[in-house]
Ligand binder design. Structure first.
Ligand SMILES: *[C@@H]1O[C@H](CO)[C@@H](O)[C@H](O)[C@H]1NC(C)=O
Ligand SMILES: *[C@@H]1O[C@H](CO)[C@@H](O)[C@H](O)[C@H]1NC(C)=O
Length: 321
């Protein structure tokens, strides 16, 4: 008897809760008393530690001393500002002081296992180098010191550094998207994001509905524009459904983004549900049979399929994702 295994993964609900967190941490580390919860790596860190000197009084947000440095030409270096604009093609080198530095950077760089990126740990600092940068690398780069006890490490909230970098590239006002069409799920109990991010800090960005063609006002009550995320629907509603796109204008040029299909999905949040279905429950010897395993849940939940079936040794179970 031949057994065909089909893997099915239905993702019905975009996880829009932590849209900035493109990399949810994979390992939950134990929480210690008095310690802040470990936040997803590239979530904005707002340490609640009082400033010692009001040196940064120009900044409205309190912050600890950043451990991040940007290396410049000829051995010069500087503390990067909260946002930086670099011309695509340039090499980016960041260093963070510490002997066990953790990093986060745009998920795109991991997705494509990019050879342009290298992350090294030296004796006294961690080093991130990105060569031949492109507009698609636009995003948050951050680092933190790690406090380790044996193999278990946690983030040292007092030693962090972060900067959001715009890589400006000719003809790319929007951070390029891997697809021409994206689906954004609207869920009533969480924010939804139309992720049209720009590569130019000064770009003016507007949101538009395709049919009937009209600009969708984003004035801060219902929909807001966040440079680092895109248009954020604070309270998604079924009326928001439809096809939208963004338009950016900068330096006398304008460009439109890919299109986004907004779909309302009232799926309750919770653990994923699984179901298994065989093509038949009675087959003759020699016949084919297929078994479909479906997981219904939020895309950010890691799903691992493991197949065990009669006549097969357990340790050779088929694994899938
Ligand atoms: C960077 O660009 C140069 C020139 O185009 C090329 O020779 C080199 O292989 C690129 N490096 C990486 C790591 O992609
Ligand atoms: C924002 O937009 C809403 C709906 O389009 C409108 O009713 C409201 O008056 C606007 N508020 C401001 C401050 O422009």
């Amino acid at each position: 008897m031949k057994v065909w295994l089909l893997l099915g993964l239905l993702l019905v609900q975009e996880a829009l809760e932590d849209v900035t967190g493109q990399h949810p941490p994979k390992n939950k580390r134990p929480k210690e008393t008095g310690e802040n919860r470990i936040k997803p790596a590239n979530k904005k860190v707002k340490p609640k530690i009082p400033k010692t000197k009001d040196r940064d009084s120009a900044d409205s947000q309190p912050k600890t001393q950043s451990i991040m440095m940007q290396m410049m030409d000829k051995g010069r270096f500087q503390k990067p500002a909260a946002t930086l604009s670099l011309t695509a093609g340039q090499t980016l080198e960041l260093r963070c002081k510490g002997n066990k530095i953790g990093w986060s950077y745009p998920a795109y760089l991991d997705t494509f296992k990019d050879s342009r990126l290298s992350v090294k740990q030296n004796e006294r600092y961690g080093q991130l180098t990105l060569v031949n940068s492109t507009a698609a690398d636009t995003g948050e780069f951050s680092c933190w010191g790690q406090l380790c006890n044996g193999y278990i490490c946690r983030k040292d909230e007092a030693k962090t550094g972060s900067t959001y970098i715009f890589f400006t590239e000719k003809g790319e006002l929007f951070v390029p998207s891997p697809s021409y069409f994206d689906v954004v799920y609207l869920n009533p109990d969480r924010q939804a994001v139309v992720p049209c991010r720009v590569t130019v800090l000064s770009a003016k960005v507007t949101l538009h509905r395709e049919f009937p063609a009209k600009e969708i006002p984003a004035n801060g009550t219902d929909i807001v524009y966040d440079m680092k995320r895109g248009f954020v629907y604070l309270q998604p509603h079924s009326d928001h459904q439809g096809v939208v796109y963004c338009k950016a204008e900068a330096g006398g040029k304008s460009q439109i983004s890919v299109k986004y299909q907004l779909l309302y999905a009232e799926v309750p949040s919770g653990p994923p549900s699984t179901s298994i279905l065989a093509s038949s429950n009675k087959v003759k010897s020699g016949d084919d049979i297929s078994v479909l395993c479906t997981v219904l849940g939020e895309p950010d939940v890691e799903v691992e399929f493991r197949w065990i079936y009669p006549g097969q040794k357990e340790h050779s179970a088929v694994w899938g994702e």
